[in-house]
Design a protein around this ligand. Structure first.
Ligand code: GSH
Length: 210
């Protein structure tokens, strides 16, 4: 199995899940500017829009879209409960989280990041919207260790890969969206809990982010 990734991109989420599940996979780095893989292939021939994450199974099957990939990986090791059992109400709760992260948080960052890269500050609308969603998320984390309750699920890996874009110290300032998490005590506690997970630390080190 291969995971195509770009350092610090949303592919960090399936990268963390691979580590959590101790699944042996080859990490293939993709250059975000040239869209060539580290082994010299044209990545757009594999991923039509040239984006990561992309999972390649041993039989050559290609899988796109982070929320689908992390559920596939979790289902390879059901005993680890990285995702609740298929068909259970809790599984739909997980999908609720993955959809929220995908549409409200992940894509909420995009106008901010592109505005920064272009040197513009057209952030008056996008930033308060995203901060309001983080404030809501912070409330949802009150009294629980992880998004789904007491235990880590793949949704936490996805959230981690997104939260870093707000202000992670390993990103160059132009790649940070300057989201203020200051009053968000529950999110901060969750972040510190995630930061010490061996799977997260391994993924950050492998992507050169520490
Ligand atoms: N819908 C896709 C979006 C993936 C995506 O936005 N990937 C970004 C990194 S976070 C990317 O590869 N950007 C590089 C590019 O589009 O060239 C998913 O959820 O997996």
């Amino acid at each position: 199995m291969k995971l195509y990734y770009m350092p610090a991109a949303c592919s960090l989420s399936p990268h963390i899940v691979l580590n959590e599940a101790s699944i042996d996979a080859r990490l293939v780095r993709v250059d975000p500017k040239t869209h060539r893989t580290e082994d010299g292939r044209n990545f757009t021939e594999l991923s039509p829009f040239g984006y990561v994450p992309l999972l390649e199974l041993d039989d050559g099957t290609l899988m796109r879209e982070g929320p689908a990939i992390v559920q596939y990986l979790a289902d390879l090791k059901p005993e680890l409960s990285l995702a609740p059992r298929n068909g259970s109400i809790e599984r739909y709760r997980l999908q609720e989280w993955l959809s929220f992260l995908s549409s409200e948080i992940h894509k909420g960052f995009i106008p901010l990041l592109y505005a920064r890269l272009a040197g513009a500050y057209g952030t008056q609308t996008a930033k308060p919207k995203l901060e309001a969603r983080f404030a809501w998320l912070d409330e949802a984390l009150a009294g629980r260790d992880y998004l789904m309750g007491d235990t880590f699920t793949v949704a936490d890996a996805y959230l981690y890969s997104l939260v870093q874009w707000g202000q992670a110290e390993w990103l160059k300032p132009t790649y940070r969206a300057d989201i203020h998490y200051d009053g968000l005590a529950h999110l901060k506690a969750w972040y510190l809990r995630m930061r010490v997970r061996p799977a997260v630390r391994q993924a950050l080190a492998a992507e050169g982010l520490e």
